[in-house]
Design a protein around this ligand. Structure first.
Ligand SMILES: *Cc1c(COP(=O)(O)O)cnc(C)c1O
Length: 402
């Protein structure tokens, strides 16, 4: 991000290298900055704005909710929690949900569930398997689970009790856990997002499911980024036909309203009892309404099919443009979660694309990431490629000449 870092506000902490624009409003997959310039949104607020901007069915529903109740606290029943939990249970094949506000909070709940699961089996020092390149958030526990030394630097001592393994290597997982009675869970993203759009293979997911069953471990899948329809299934692991024991969600679940959830199956659903876990804002009526309406609108407008179809079209177009270019290593991902890996750091593409009217991100230094709203049309997908192709070609040609 350093290539794009701008002097920041004197009052806002300097946590992000920001591009020199401010967005003012949006419509569908398009946003405008405060100078009236339009951009095509290939980023969706980092996989958050599922329904794009100013959705004609979401906005009135949220307005209606604002006039009724924004927040009530968890001292009382919140009917929206019942409704959204029932929907998530139906879509996931799991049994219960807990609501919070962010991805890291959902992952914290998952980590606490895993430890409680261990303690109830008499394991005093539970250990959780995590993965290279993983990203699970920036709290002390979730950054300890994250597989990126840059995110951990300066924040030690890290939380203990994690065992790290490489992706898609069942023998490595077996070896790393061999004879260790303290292992309680395996925790990973179906498609790593921040780590550079690295998918777990479907056959590997099945092998991990079988191993977790055999060893009585929890299979915990962080679907914060790849879930909520992004790959064309409600949850990316469903492509492998498996069901996890614990599944954190956030990002796309509320179409932009902050919301997180952890969904659990029978092995983990009853571990928390009153007093074990909670959060003040979690499950508030406004966020619940956002989640309920997001899913309703996704079903009504067949947005899973759209993500799959438009995503396949976009990936094919990217492959046509890029796959034979020297300097392009790989095009990865599923549905509307795609990454183009170059053979060199390419942070500058973020700035160049923005100047050309396209919002996207560059992650893991050299991966151009596209996670647009799930309402993206074929024409908009073509427009993304039309803007991006000349930029990437010029970037690679220039870097080679230098
Ligand atoms: C973004 C992300 C998180 C963290 O979510 P926050 O809402 O930023 O705390 C966790 N896991 C994955 C896979 C993510 O992509």
């Amino acid at each position: 991000m350093s290539a794009t870092a701008q002097p920041t506000s004197p009052h806002v902490m300097n946590t992000y290298g920001r591009l020199p624009i401010a967005l003012s409003h949006g419509q569908g997959c398009r946003v405008w900055d405060t100078n009236g310039r339009a951009y095509l949104d290939g980023l969706g607020g980092i996989a958050v704005n599922t329904l794009g901007h100013n959705h004609p069915e979401l906005v009135p529903a949220l307005q209606d909710q604002l006039t009724k109740l924004i927040h009530s606290s968890n001292y009382y029943h919140v009917p929206g929690q019942e409704k959204l939990a029932a929907k998530l249970v139906e879509l996931s094949g799991m049994t219960n949900a807990f609501f919070c506000c962010t991805g890291l909070e959902a992952n914290e709940a998952a980590l606490k569930l895993a430890r409680k699961f261990g303690h109830e089996k008499g394991i005093e020092r539970p250990e959780i398997v995590v993965y290279e390149h993983a990203f699970h958030g920036r709290s002390i526990a979730t950054l300890s689970a994250t597989g990126n030394p840059k995110i951990q630097a300066g924040f030690g001592p890290l939380v203990e009790g994690f065992i790290r393994v490489p992706l898609n290597d069942i023998e490595a997982l077996k070896k790393a856990t061999e004879g260790n009675p303290n292992v309680v869970a395996v925790f990973f993203e179906t498609i790593q997002g921040e780590g550079g759009i690295h998918p777990m293979r479907w056959d590997y997911l099945k092998q991990v499911r079988a191993l977790c069953d055999q060893k009585d471990w929890l299979m915990m899948i962080d679907e914060v980024q790849c879930g909520m329809g992004r790959t064309g299934k409600w949850f990316a692991h469903q492509w492998a036909g498996i069901v996890p024991d614990v599944m954190p969600l956030a990002k796309g679940l509320g179409s932009g309203v902050p919301i997180g959830a952890v969904v659990a199956g029978p092995k983990a659903a009853n571990l928390f009892q009153p007093g074990n876990h909670g959060t003040t804002f979690g499950g508030n009526p406004l966020a619940m309404r956002a989640g309920i309406e997001t899913i309703r609108i996704m079903e009504e407008h067949k947005l899973l099919e759209n993500a799959a179809t438009v995503g396949a079209h976009l990936k094919a177009a990217l492959e046509r443009e890029f796959s034979r270019l020297p300097g392009v290593k790989e095009i990865r991902g599923a549905g509307l979660m795609l990454g183009i890996e170059l053979d060199r750091p390419c942070g500058v593409i973020l700035t160049q694309a923005c100047e050309a009217g396209l919002l996207l991100s560059v992650t893991a230094d050299s991966v151009i990431r596209l996670v647009p709203p799930l309402i993206l049309s074929i024409a908009e997908a073509d427009e993304i490629v039309a803007i991006l192709a000349p930029l990437v070609k010029a970037f690679l040609a220039e870097a080679k000449a230098a």
